[in-house]
Design a protein around this ligand. Structure first.
Ligand code: MLT
Length: 331
């Protein structure tokens, strides 16, 4: 074969080889997500964290084109599920719904907590604010919040208060409430305030400080009594429920929050995709209506971004450390 013909043959062969080499060199950048995503909810099904997670996950699934599947992993005030999620592969296929307890109060009540909310996550964004409501079994012997407070102050040793585990929102906020009253009830722990609510409806426990999104249907049905909402103004979802300020306890004002996180080290492009899907869910009229009808607070748009959520976590860890030290609940 002449040298010219050899060169031409080699040139013809080189093109596909070069193309193959180029393909092999660039990792396969398939569009994320290629398969379903797990969202760990660190409490039992049916509680407020689960309610918020399922509402936003439904719309996120549509935006992402893959199912966001809820997995409930309860225990230790939510820290069991969050630790599990934090140790998952940072590939975007395991995310979590954390909140003011798991990513705010937990370090103050678990000195040996195996994660740091400020450094061990890739924040995605705030889902919803969840005002706290003080609720009791429907036959609790107090006609209004003032009488309820007086009764709890006088008889707390005989009362049972339900919460979702040390460091949970229900534990943290009722630690503050009890401390303001000097109350020392028996504190009954549940794997979430979904199961706790069942016992409150059944009259097995006396009261609870819980997130409004868990309570509105039961309050409207009259199966539990709502004494006050811990807000400066009444909630549009519960217009007949007075505020703690109206009831003479303005110092008890708390709005918890639920937010989406991914494990630390999740690629920025994946964080961006998840953030876009969360923002789209919170801009969707039907999703907003579901959250607002349950008393959710969607006003904090700043914390909906990864950077905004990071700032919220840092300020909440500091805030609850101070509050829980003052109530004696911090270790
Ligand atoms: C809590 O912190 O009390 C939890 O959010 C309750 C729950 O979601 O079950």
């Amino acid at each position: 074969m002449s040298p010219n013909r050899m060169h031409r043959a080699a040139a013809r062969l080189a093109v596909p080889l070069l193309a193959a080499a180029a393909l092999a060199a660039t990792p396969a950048r398939a569009a994320y997500p290629e398969r379903p995503i797990t969202m760990i909810v660190p409490f039992a099904a049916g509680g407020p964290t689960d309610v918020v997670a399922r509402i936003v996950a439904e719309h996120m699934s549509r935006t992402l084109g893959q199912q966001v599947v809820i997995e409930n992993v309860a225990g230790a005030g939510g820290t069991t599920g969050i630790l599990r999620a934090s140790q998952a592969a940072p590939d975007g296929y395991t995310i979590m719904m954390g909140h003011m307890g798991t990513h705010g109060a937990a370090p103050a009540v678990y000195p040996d907590l195996k994660y740091d909310p400020r450094t061990d996550f890739a924040p995605i964004g705030l889902a919803a604010g969840t005002p706290i409501v003080v609720v009791a079994r429907k036959d609790f012997p107090a006609k209004d919040f003032k009488e309820f407070v007086a009764k709890v102050k006088a008889d707390s040793e005989k009362l049972n208060e339900a919460h979702a585990g040390v460091g949970s929102v229900s534990f943290t906020t009722c630690s503050l409430f009890n401390s303001l009253l000097g109350a020392k009830p028996t504190r009954v722990v549940y794997r979430g305030t979904g199961p706790a609510l069942n016992d409150l409806v059944a009259g097995q426990v006396d009261y609870m400080c819980d997130q409004i999104v868990n309570l509105v249907p039961q309050i409207q049905a009259g199966t539990i009594k709502a004494y006050a909402v811990a807000l400066p103004e009444r909630s549009p979802a519960l217009p007949d429920v007075p505020t703690t300020k109206e009831g003479g306890l303005p110092e008890f004002q708390v709005t918890a929050w639920n937010a989406v996180f991914a494990p630390k080290g999740t690629p920025p492009a994946v964080v961006k995709r998840l953030s876009q899907a969360l923002l789209a869910s919170l801009d969707d009229a039907a999703t907003r209506k579901r959250l607002l009808d349950l008393g959710g607070d969607l006003s904090n748009t700043a914390a909906r971004t990864p950077e905004g959520l990071q700032k919220l976590v840092e300020s909440e860890v500091a805030r609850w450390n101070k509050v829980l030290k003052a109530t004696g609940a911090a270790k």
